[in-house]
Design a protein around this ligand. Sequence first.
Ligand SMILES: [Zn+2]
Length: 197
Amino acid sequence: MYPKSLAELIESFRKLPGVGEKTAERYALWATEMNEEVVNEFAKSLVNVKTKLHKCKICGNLSEDDVCEVCNDSSRNNKMILVVQSPKDVIAMERLEEFRGVYHVLGGLISSSKGVMPEDLSINSLIDRAKNADEVVLATNTTMDGETTAMYLNKLLQENCPDVLVTRIAHGLPSGGFLDYADEMTLAHALSGRNKM
Ligand SMILES: [Zn+2]
């Protein structure tokens, strides 16, 4: 029923989170009505995030350079490392403008149900970095996988870096909630009320 190119675009839009058939159709039809410049810009931005962005070689955050802006900022306290699941947590925390340390992005959570093992995550590099740190804040979310990951990391850090203070963000986040969805006050409280593990 759709011309082929329209059908393909609808299929592409359907891959976006939360986009169903109707919305995908609306977006695709929007593209047919937009002027060419806008559509080209849209397509270029989409390709750019895949070709220009990569992981910061220090922390794993998204960056256009080898080292991300946070790691490159000499005013940040690199003795305090906040450990998060993904770059979206870094974005949420940076929006707060309260945290002045640096990040470590794990690239996921340990999960028996999803088959994610510790070796699938950036854990070795965390241990290396933690050896020169004063404090490591475990800020994985409060889901079961988030808690499992925090407990695993705590054990590993205690064994390998006994002088480092390991803390966990306070349980002010709704259970099952993700760090990036928490409102800013909750996030600020979770950070300031962190506890020693
Ligand atoms: Zn970085």
